[in-house]
Design a protein around this ligand. Structure first.
Ligand code: URA
Length: 308
C-alpha cells in the first residue's frame, strides 16, 4: 500500500467494496499492509514505461564442471554505457540488434547433478565478485533464494531497501504480495526460486533530504548481476519462468516490451517458457480488480503449464 495514509485508506476501502460486491477476482485478497519497521518498496516501472538504456551482450560464462566448478562471469565494464535514447520508447520500435544477448538463442546445458551445491558455490563467487559494488546505498549483494530444484522461478528487477537490509529478494511489501500470489498457486515460497536481474540495490540519494529513492537499475548495474542470473537459471533449469515487471522482462527476452501488451502471452528464455506479468509493486500501486484478475489469469496459465 502507499506510504500516504489517505491513499492507503482509499485503496483499502476500494478493496473492501470489491469484496462486498463479489468482485474479488484473485484469491490473495487484500494487499499486505505496511509493517512497522519495514521500509517502503522499490517502485517498479509502470508497465508502459520501458527503460531503453542499451545493454551490451552479457559476459558468456561456462561451467566447466557442471556440479562443482562455477567461474565468475567476466567483470563489469569500467565505462558507462552509451545512452542513446530517451528513458521511454515507442514500444513498436525494434530494439537495436546489439541489445540481443547471444546466449538467448543458445540451448540450456543440462543441470548439474547437485544443483544445491552448484548454487551455493555460485553464490560465494557472486558475493565475492560483486563486493566491489557495495557502498552506502547498496550495502550487500542480494543473490536470490529458494529451492535449487524448483520447477518455477520468479525474476524481478532488483533489491529495494528491505531486500538490501535482509540480503534476501522480495521481502518488502511487494514480496509479501508475491508470497500471497505464490500461496494462491498452491505453492510455497520455499518451493520456488526467486531472483532478480540486478543483484544490488539501485537508488539515488536526494541531496536535500539525504533520503534514498529507488530507481530501475541502469544497464551497467544489470550487467553486473545478470550473468549470475543466467547461471542460476542454468543450474536450476526451471520448467517455467515468470518475469515481474518491464525491467525483468526486457533483460530476459532481450527486447523492451510493454508488459500490458505481452503479459499473459508465453515468451521464451533459451527454450524455457516465460510468462510476463505485472510487478507486484505496480499491482500495489494500482490494486484494481482488473489488474488483479490479469495477474491471476497469468498465474493460472503458469499453473496449467507446470501441471503438463
Ligand atoms: N522488487 C524487485 O524487483 N525485486 C526485489 O527483490 C524486491 C522488490
Amino acid at each position: 500500500m502507499s506510504d500516504d495514509p489517505y491513499r492507503s485508506a482509499m485503496l483499502r476501502l476500494a478493496l473492501e467494496m470489491d469484496l462486498a460486491l463479489g468482485m474479488a477476482e484473485a484469491p490473495w485478497g487484500a494487499p499486505p499492509v505496511q509493517q512497522r519497521g519495514v521500509s517502503g518498496d522499490r517502485p517498479a516501472l509502470a508497465p508502459d514505461k520501458i527503460s531503453d538504456r542499451r545493454v551490451a551482450p552479457p559476459p558468456i560464462n561456462r561451467r566447466s564442471d557442471a556440479a562443482t566448478q562455477v567461474a565468475a562471469p567476466r567483470s563489469a565494464p569500467t565505462t558507462s554505457p552509451k545512452v542513446t535514447a530517451p528513458s521511454t520508447v515507442n514500444v513498436e520500435d525494434p530494439m537495436p540488434i546489439d541489445f540481443m544477448r547471444p546466449k538467448l538463442s543458445e540451448p540450456m546445458p543440462g543441470p548439474p547433478a547437485d544443483r544445491a551445491a552448484a548454487l551455493k558455490q555460485l553464490a560465494v563467487v557472486a558475493e565475492k565478485d560483486l563486493q566491489r559494488f557495495v557502498n552506502d546505498i547498496a550495502t550487500r549483494v542480494v543473490f536470490g533464494e529458494g529451492d535449487p530444484n524448483a520447477a518455477l522461478m520468479f525474476v524481478g528487477e532488483g533489491p529495494g531497501a528491505e531486500e538490501d537490509k535482509q540480503g534476501r529478494p522480495f521481502v518488502g511489501r511487494s514480496g509479501q504480495l508475491l508470497d500471497k500470489m505464490i500461496q494462491a498457486m498452491g505453492l510455497s515460497r520455499e518451493a520456488v526460486y526467486i531472483g532478480n536481474v540486478a543483484k544490488l540495490r539501485a537508488a539515488d540519494r536526494d541531496p536535500d533530504t539525504g533520503r534514498l529513492k529507488d530507481r530501475p537499475p541502469t544497464d551497467a548495474e544489470v550487467k553486473r548481476g545478470i550473468a549470475y542470473l543466467d547461471e542460476q537459471i542454468e543450474i536450476i533449469a526451471p520448467k517455467v519462468i515468470v518475469t515481474l515487471g518491464a525491467t525483468a522482462l526486457k533483460y530476459m527476452i532481450g527486447r523492451a516490451e510493454n508488459v500490458t501488451r505481452v503479459r499473459g502471452n508465453w515468451q521464451t528464455y533459451r527454450g524455457i517458457p516465460l510468462m510476463p506479468t505485472y510487478h507486484p509493486s505496480f499491482l500495489l500501486r494500482a490494486y484494481t480488480p482488473e489488474n488483479r484478475a490479469k495477474v491471476w489469469d497469468d498465474l493460472k496459465k503458469v499453473m496449467e503449464r507446470l501441471k503438463s
